[in-house]
Design a protein around this ligand. Structure first.
Ligand code: NAD
Ligand code: LMR
Length: 343
């Protein structure tokens, strides 16, 4: 009787996850570069649960064999392959549809994201060179900080290799949206699932600009609430860095956010015509050449950059938008100059 009840329970449990156990007609290959890290591991787990994925390629300079062995025991459809070190980098990118890059060092208390530039710029450059050589058609998701500079670096590397497609290069800013949605829902007692706040600009300090006036469902904020929420969203990364007290920055919420962006990209690749996400992309929405905003995703990448969010801003938002531009532009220029110096 006990055995019967255990079998019944297991069947029920599997049924609950049935969605994840059924492979879909179209399935995609996803690579994570930096897969053994704080973000890489939980991100790999979340992507392993996607019914849209047939193969998950895990690349890192060390410790990736164990992560892959562990993950491969989950009874979800995708195959897990591990690749260690530069000699296996090219193979890890073979036939890949989406490449996610969380490789690099994280912040410690007292540091800005720009303090990571010297180490992470080189890591991103090397990895994107390999992407250009091995899967130039893939969607590229850059997580490594400082995103405001690493995305322009990636663009320059792809240009140097003659394969730059601005519609397929994304700085991952989904965590800013995830945080904005959470904090607004908490503050205004809203159902989490309903709340959507566009976050525009970039991914550091004042360049992170939540457009609270565009929150869905429509909700009104006092001036104090706007100030408090905006500052909290802008400093949320630092909140985590300080709480971790030297042990790194956001990893779990970042993995959750990156998995959402990967799933949205795969749905777009699969032909879903209703996929919108905020992302830091090449953009002509403002005079700054890369800018985060809502974009419509399709099979070919960015199908449209949504300009409506920047219309009818409040005075607070309009001022904040102008105030961020010099910093955002300087971070972009720094990335471009770095990449051009390497030529
Ligand atoms: P981590 O140190 O835990 O992991 C980084 C991983 O990258 C390690 O496993 C390391 O071996 C690997 N790595 C280093 N050099 C590499 C190379 N040349 N090739 C491949 N892999 C390499 O760090 P983490 O907490 O996972 O953070 C990673 C990066 O993500 C940091 O730069 C961090 O600032 C950034 N981050 C961005 C966001 C965002 O919203 N975009 C959020 C959180 C963290
Ligand atoms: C974040 O926003 O959590 C990341 O950019 C990591 C950091 O350094 O804050």
């Amino acid at each position: 009787a006990l055995r019967k009840s255990i079998i019944a329970k297991t069947a029920k449990q599997n049924h609950k996850f049935e969605y994840h156990l059924q492979p879909r007609a179209s399935a995609f290959k996803v690579a994570i570069l930096g897969a053994a890290g704080g973000i890489g591991q939980p991100l790999a787990l979340l992507i392993k649960m996607s019914p849209l994925v047939s193969a998950l390629h895990l690349y890192d300079i060390a410790n990736v064999k164990g992560v892959a062995a562990d993950l491969s025991h989950c009874n979800t459809p995708s195959e897990v392959l591990d690749f260690t070190g530069p000699a296996e980098l090219a193979k890890s990118l073979n036939g890949v549809d989406v490449v996610v890059i969380p490789a690099g060092v994280p912040r410690k208390p007292g540091m800005t994201r720009d303090d990571l530039f010297n180490i992470n710029a080189n890591i991103v450059r090397t990895l994107v060179e390999a992407v250009a050589d091995n899967c130039p058609d893939a969607f590229i998701h850059i997580i490594s900080n400082p995103v405001n500079s690493t995305v322009p670096i990636a663009a320059e590397v792809l240009k140097q290799k003659g394969v730059y497609n601005p519609k397929k290069l994304f700085g991952v800013t989904t965590l800013d949206v995830v945080r904005a949605n959470t904090f607004v829902a908490q503050k205004k007692n809203l159902k989490l699932i309903d709340v959507d706040v566009p976050v525009v600009g970039g991914h550091a300090g004042i360049t992170i600009l939540p457009l609270l006036s565009k929150t869905k469902p429509s909700v009104s904020f006092t001036d104090e609430e706007v100030e408090e929420l905006t500052v909290r969203i802008q400093n949320a990364g630092t909140e985590v860095v300080e709480a971790k007290a030297g042990a790194g920055s956001a990893t779990l919420s970042m993995a959750y956010a990156a998995a959402r962006f990967v799933e949205s990209s795969l749905r777009a690749l699969d032909g879903d015509s209703d996929v919108y996400e905020c992302s830091f992309v090449q953009s002509d929405l403002t005079e700054v050449p890369f800018f985060a905003s809502r974009v419509k995703l399709g099979r070919k990448g960015v199908e449209a950059i949504i300009s409506a969010d920047l219309q009818g801003l409040t005075e607070y938002e309009a001022k904040a938008l102008e105030a961020m531009k010099p910093e955002l532009k300087a971070s972009i220029d720094k990335g471009v100059a770095f990449a051009q110096k390497q030529m």
